[in-house]
Design a protein around this ligand. Sequence first.
Ligand code: PEP
Length: 251
Amino acid sequence: GSGRRPLVAGNWKMNGTRASLATVEGIRDGLSPALLEKIDVLICPPATLISSCVAATYGSPIAIGGQNLHARPSGAFTGSISAEMLADLGAKYVIVGHSERRAYHHETDDGVHAKALGARRAGLCGIICVGETMEEREQGRALSIVRAQLAIGIPKGATAQDTVIAYEPVWAIGSGRTPTPAEIAEVHASLREMLDKLVGEEAAKIRILYGGSVKPGNARELMAVENVDGALVGGASLVAEDFLGICNAYA
Ligand code: PEP
């Protein structure tokens, strides 16, 4: 095996109110101790629920994370939340550069880099998202796009403690479509080779997740792909049984 401990992460996006704590409790109560010895599990609820999700998972190995951050630690940035603020609530991870942030909030690779540095500064693990659009894939540019996103986004001296990579083809997110296992393997191998160039021997320890329409029905096949070290799950993380079904791909 790779020696890398799988991470199954849920991204709730802009979904959830206090009633959704029942979902976190369902996930908490549905994970077997045997499975939790093998994998890391993370839920990234909206920022409004981080505190209560941390409380609901107190004493369990489930980690709670943010979906976004401002790169600066504090200041006149109305409406923004810093890595320090997330860490103060008990968050351990933060998603950086999700394709929805890139598309709707004009985040650039340089901005992603600044945010990843912010995450590291506060002791959070940044989940740096990369992925090509369908147009870029059809033009044969998928590998060059994700390699550039990785090279610019990742902090110098990144470690497995402070960095996770997520390959999320934009066209697979929320669409029910996924790349073939061979296509995923090709991208993950290329990202791993790039990681090697960027951070040297630490690269072998850094996890690369796959994200995009991961469901209980396809998780086993997708998680078995070489160099896939876990999943970043959107829609299916909103339902405890579905998220548990994905985690159980590792059971
Ligand atoms: C995501 O947004 O990170 C994602 C993978 O979404 P979905 O699982 O719904 O495709």
